[in-house]
Design a protein around this ligand. Structure first.
Ligand code: HQG
Length: 179
């Protein structure tokens, strides 16, 4: 999705659906869903634009579906800071997962592990390329850390897999981090 207009709209939709629905007068339900029509009205956008963002989004950030009441609804697939229950079931992770981050954060991460910050979970990538892209959002040099997900799972840490392929866990203690 290279069209700058759609990128801007995707960012506004992320803000409205993940972080500050109150700013747009929106009230997501417990699972983060909002009627599509409410989002169109709140953001002052056309349905075709919303559909373009949902379909064209490189990360499949948003899901649209018809709710049990027959009303079409939308939510972000992950990345919320507002409290939502995405209803994800714990699943076995692959043996190794990856985390791309700023080299400047490395000392702190090696000492205290990965924390979820403002989000609900630590976000982990299934491959190095994806982790590099996540890290590249940061200024300056970046690094990709490996996470011994199999070891964590064995030790009782739960993993979740979001609808758009991001691996989520509560925290990654430093001892599970590799180079
Ligand atoms: C860092 C994007 C110092 C962590 C991406 C990261 C992803 C620490 C930052 C999704 C630390 C949090 C999430 C510690 C963690 N000391 N720094 N102990 N523990 N950090 O944005 O993983 O565009 O909340 O390394 O594609 O960068 O939103 O997490 O750099 O999937 O859809 O603290 O965001 O997706 O930053 O990215 P973030 P993230 P969307």
């Amino acid at each position: 999705m290279d069209d700058p207009r759609l990128v801007r709209l995707s960012k506004r939709m992320s803000l409205a659906l993940r972080h500050r629905p109150d700013r747009f007068g929106l009230a997501p339900d417990r699972a983060g869903w909002v009627p599509v029509d409410d989002v169109l009205a709140a953001l002052g956008i056309r349905r075709a634009d919303l559909d373009d963002v949902v379909a064209g989004n490189d990360k499949q950030r948003f899901a649209v579906e018809r709710g049990p009441d027959g009303v079409e609804r939308i939510r972000a697939n992950q990345g919320h800071s507002i409290p939502v229950d995405l209803g994800l079931a714990p699943v076995d992770p692959p043996a190794v997962l990856y985390h791309g981050t700023s080299a400047a954060a490395l000392d702190s991460i090696r000492t205290s592990g990965l924390h979820r910050g403002g989000r609900h979970h630590v976000h982990l990538s299934p491959d190095v390329e994806t982790a590099q892209r996540v890290g590249a959002r940061r200024a300056g040099p970046t690094v990709v850390l490996t996470v011994d997900a199999a070891g964590m799972a064995r030790d009782g840490h739960a993993f979740y897999h979001s609808a758009n392929g991001v691996w989520l866990t509560d925290a990654v203690p430093a001892r599970y981090l590799g180079a």
